[in-house]
Design a protein around this ligand. Structure first.
Ligand SMILES: [Zn+2]
Length: 98
């Protein structure tokens, strides 16, 4: 009788801690918790506004919306909204570059 090459299927159970990212396999509860906290932490995102959005902001402003309202609606600080409106005015007031 000759040896025969065989394969067998093995199921390996590996314990890990899951987080919000399905690709992650955290070894400890603590690191998974850190990961979740980090993911859910509100980030200050520097948004890029396209021309249509800027026009909409200026229109809202002309229609009587306050900077505070616009800021709140778009999750920005009053200061940033004010700056954005200023930029928008300059940008839209400038002649088309294309
Ligand atoms: Zn994770």
């Amino acid at each position: 009788m000759n040896p025969e090459r065989k394969t067998e299927f093995q199921v390996i159970e590996k314990m890990y801690w899951s987080c919000v990212n399905q690709d992650h396999r955290h070894r400890t509860y603590e690191t998974a918790m850190e990961c979740i906290k980090e993911t859910l932490r509100p980030k200050t995102i520097q948004k890029r506004w396209d021309k249509d959005q800027l026009i909409a902001f200026l229109e809202d402003r002309n229609n009587g919306k306050t900077i505070a309202q616009l800021a709140r609606d778009n999750g920005m600080s009053n200061t940033n909204m004010f700056r954005l409106l200023n930029k928008a005015q300059k940008y839209l007031g400038a002649p088309e570059g294309e």
